[in-house]
Design a protein around this ligand. Sequence first.
Ligand code: F6P
Length: 541
Amino acid sequence: MSQQLTETQAWQALEAHYQNVKDADLRTLFAEDGERGERLTAEGAELFLDFSKNRVTDETIRLLLDLARERGVEARRDAMFRGEKINITERRAVLHVALRAPAGTRIEVDGQDVVPEVHEVLDRMSAFSEKVRNGGWTGHTGKRIRTVVNIGIGGSYLGPEMAYRALREYRDPALALRFVSNVDGANFEAATEGLDAAETLFIISSKTFTTLETMTNAGVAREWLVGKLGDESAIAKHFVAVSTNTEEVRKFGIDTANMFGFWDWVGGRYSMDSAIGLSTMLSIGPDNYRALLAGFHAMDEHFRTAPLERNLPALLGLLTVWYNNFFRMETLGVMPYAADLARFPAYLQQLQMESNGKHVDLDGRHVTYETGPIIWGEPGTDGQHSFFQLIHQGTKLIPCDLIGFIKPLSANAHQHDLLMANFFAQAEALAFGKTLDEVKAEGTPDYQAPFRVMDGNRPTNIILADKLTPHALGTLVALYEHSVFTQGAVWQIDSFDQWGVELGKVLAKRIIPELSAAGDAPLGHDSSTNALIRRYRAGKA
Ligand code: F6P
């Protein structure tokens, strides 16, 4: 059995250190050290991280790095890259890094190099995408495909939708993407509204090909299409599948020649760069898709080789541990200053919370410390006009990552200056606030002065990239993947399973037939669930 985190030397040193620095103020830290803003930064894979506006000293960083070393973060990272089965509860390798490894790299699972298979699928995806994009692949009636509908949920949806929005500038305008994830029929109806079935291609994206929501929506889509085109054989030209489960794909009626595979060593939430990215590739084209993969790979290489002191994902992960476990913060905000990254926080919610929302360590013991924080966020500047008030003046400590880009996507450079002025200003305001003296010096009346004081000392990370390109998006996603990894390694949890989502699925299956049974049919749940189901039955009758 490994040593409990809280018993390690590094942890105890951090606890003692925390008592000394917990009240340290960013104003003072910056006033006493003119180089802080230059020194507490790191760069890698074309991303720049300024972590100087955190409630840390150089000693904090040194101790956090000691913690990472004592917990074997580097050894665990190397084990992941070697294809070892570090997902111990499912006895699986964790090799999303192989999805973006250049051809010729050797990464083995059970003695077999997986990189050639990855590239074989990528090549098939490229050929298919080109064919759809250039009109070589037509629908059943000979019409060109104009809309692609991705049906999938969780990891088979959030990444593709996030990327579609993020890479708006790189899309083929002649090919629209829509997404169906929710089992709520309204989702399918809204997504297919106004579509011509003859020009629509469905991608059924599901690692397992058994997920209730996806399989239900896939069935509805099949009925919709056959209903509109009046011919079962139309399915062949309007349905493709992305899955690890060939048998289920065949049973559903999709020709496995039109199936794009991936492997059990790719976790759902780590799969947007596997064949699950087919919709992304269709939209932005194979070359841009490969640039996205190159961005992922650049960050993988940085994570794998840079010393922890300058390692962006390691630093980001350790800072999360610092706030989560010592300041006992509950949440972490992620605010992209890019309207096109609107879905990035939602993507990160699954990545982080499904990975690190765990209560048992690798030895099966209940942890005695906090694990994964709650992740949330909205793009800036929108957030500034809704919830930022609480971050600035509320009673809770909410560390935030602010993500910005130097170059605009929009043609309006002035608007980009306005956006970025807000980006820099928010971090400044959060860190340094405004004292009572400063408020009074502005001529604020006494009755109002205390309300206008901003304590400051609110931590932020600034993540700066050149431009929101496919490459940059890849580096950003991989940055967070490896930050999540670092956190999980420190907490010694399995960041790659998701047993917590199972019970709800099982209970729902039991309830499904009960909802259409007779009003007085017996129920065997607790009194609350029984009463609710009876009320629902009565209401729908
Ligand atoms: O319910 C959670 C989950 O298993 C996620 O981990 C996964 O991304 C999602 O469901 C979808 O699963 P699948 O791709 O197998 O349909």
